[in-house]
Design a protein around this ligand. Structure first.
Ligand code: KIV
Ligand code: ZN
Length: 514
């Protein structure tokens, strides 16, 4: 058995299922290109049948991203498998179809209403159909960790016989604990006759905070593919955080022996930042490996120890995961070329038009702030990720706030070359600005979450606003905006959310029943 642990990234599929995390095509492409630089082995790029947008994203990634295998997810039904096959086709030999079907008693009886024999038949038929399109087929018995082990072994044997090259054993609801999960992997190795014809994969959710621990225990028991997401994003409590899995294998090589991944660990921090920016999901400060505080030592005893010898309190070299190496900040005198080079260094691959749009904002910010740091520049990228010729752009915003008077806002917005203005009162300055924007855009959003944070330090720091809005259809839309003024940042974030609703509608709604 090989000592290589295959790293399967599902940030763009399971990660994107996190409410409010959905990304547009442009944003998914940025993430996919960075995953390629990170050197993950497999990118699960989406669930092609789910919407035109998902299909297009998987197809574009399969066309443009070279290196990793590109997987598309499919339920065990013909239309899903055919959509996944068509979407991953441009990847040629690097295409993978990932078929799933629930196998646990609770799913069989209540969700699928199907008996054992029918599950086995569907699993075999689905795998065979996928195999007729693609050499590389992964099968996932959904809720495997709660499936009776004897039946799970039967399913695994059946799909391997039908052509599955990877069998994934998902802990779909994050119910497993490490020893038990490792025992399940060993059980399959001992009881599935053809198990050596496929790679065993694991896919752990984090409902009990055990996703990474379960994944590592499974690898020790013989699994050779780990599925997870960057920053651990995903449905509910998320998926196994891949950066933690990778660094655990590397840092504890004394324990894991020759088991290793081929991830370029120095790209980890950049990847985390890009995923956070593109998904609008902040990374908590104390998050292992990639949180702001992951390598910050505040206690005097620790600082003293560190000065004497770094290893007293630091088990990893931060440089190994991409920390350090801060560049000189840009200023308003920096030219477009210098700014574009810095964006590329930060991992963004922007078109000329997008660089132009960021440069306009960069100059505005440069006039207000002495230094434009890397984090400031990254915050300015968000708007450029929206198609420039669609959606509303903020031309001007005036807000008046005085004691005893209702806050009042006047906005001027541009769309497709024409300018519209509106004024509104509100309960606060942000509310007034949002109401005025609603009046122009013909929308009415209900603000469900509002978060503001300083991008860098100092009184002239950029304020970055991330908000989540429901525009009446029950979907949670994330908007992001940055400015030296937090009211303007809020207005930009709200407009960003409105513009996302246009794009999502144009791509079509989710397919029925998913
Ligand atoms: O959690 C899960 O079971 C999944 C499958 C589709 C692999 O995401
Ligand atoms: Zn999952």
């Amino acid at each position: 058995m090989s000592d290589k642990v295959i790293i399967f990234d599902t940030t763009l599929r399971d990660g994107e299922q996190c409410p409010g995390a959905s990304m547009n095509l442009r944003e998914k492409m940025e993430v996919a290109r960075q995953l390629e630089r990170l050197n993950v082995d497999v990118i699960e790029a989406g669930f092609p049948v789910i919407s035109e947008g998902d299909f297009e994203a998987v197809q574009r990634i399969a066309t443009e991203v070279k290196g990793p295998t590109i997987a598309g997810l499919a339920r065990c039904v013909n239309k899903d498998i055919e959509a996944a096959a068509a979407a991953v086709k441009p990847a040629g030999e690097r295409g993978r179809i990932h078929v799933f079907l629930a196998t646990s008693k609770i799913h069989r009886e209540h969700k699928l209403k199907k008996a054992h024999e029918e599950i086995l038949r569907l699993a075999a038929d689905g795998t065979r159909l996928a195999k007729s399109h693609c050499k590389d087929v992964e099968f996932s018995p959904e809720d495997a960790s709660r499936t009776e082990p004897e039946f799970l072994a039967q399913v695994v044997e059946t799909v391997i016989a039908a052509g599955a090259t990877t069998v994934n054993i998902p802990d779909t609801v994050g119910f497993a604990v490490p020893e038990e999960y490792a025992a399940l992997i060993r059980y399959l190795k001992d009881n599935v006759r053809n198990i050596d014809d496929a790679i065993i994969s694991v896919h752990c959710h984090n409902d009990l905070g055990l996703a990474v621990a379960n994944s590592l225990a499974a690898v020790q028991a013989g699994a050779r593919q780990v599925e997870g997401t960057i920053n651990g994003i995903g449905e509910r409590a998320g998926n196994a955080a891949l950066e933690e899995v990778v660094m655990a294998l590397k840092t504890r090589a004394d324990f894991f022996g020759k088991l290793h991944s081929e991830v370029h660990t120095r790209e980890i921090l950049k990847t985390s930042r890009i995923v956070s920016r593109m998904s609008g999901l902040h990374v908590q400060r104390s998050k292992a490996i990639v949180g702001e505080n992951a390598f910050a030592h505040s206690s005097g005893i620790h600082q003293d120890g560190m000065l004497k010898m770094r290893e007293t309190y630091e088990i990893m070299d931060p440089v190994e995961v991409g920390w350090g190496g801060t560049e000189l900040p840009l200023t308003k005198h920096s030219g477009r070329h210098a700014m574009a080079a810095r964006l590329e260094h930060l991992g963004f691959k922007l078109s000329d038009a997008e660089i132009g749009a960021v440069f306009v904002r960069f100059k505005e910010i440069g006039d207000k702030k002495k230094f434009v740091y890397d984090d400031d520049l990254s915050a300015l990228v968000d708007d450029s990720m929206m198609p420039q010729d669609e959606g509303w752009q903020l031309e001007s915003l005036e807000v008046s706030v005085a004691s005893g008077k209702k806050p009042h806002a006047k906005v001027s917005l541009v769309r497709e070359g024409s300018t519209k203005e509106a004024e509104a009162d509100g309960n606060g300055a942000v509310d007034a600005a949002m109401r005025a924007i609603d009046a122009v855009a013909g929308r009415s959003g209900n603000l469900l979450e509002y978060n503001v944070q300083a991008v860098t330090q100092g009184h002239d720091a950029l304020g970055e606003v991330t908000l989540k809005v429901d525009f009446g259809d029950g979907r949670l839309i994330t908007g992001k905006g940055a400015s030296t003024d937090v009211i303007e940042a809020s207005a930009r974030a709200y407009l960003n959310a409105i513009n996302r609703t246009f794009i999502r509608r144009e791509l079509g709604e989710k397919a029925e029943g998913i």
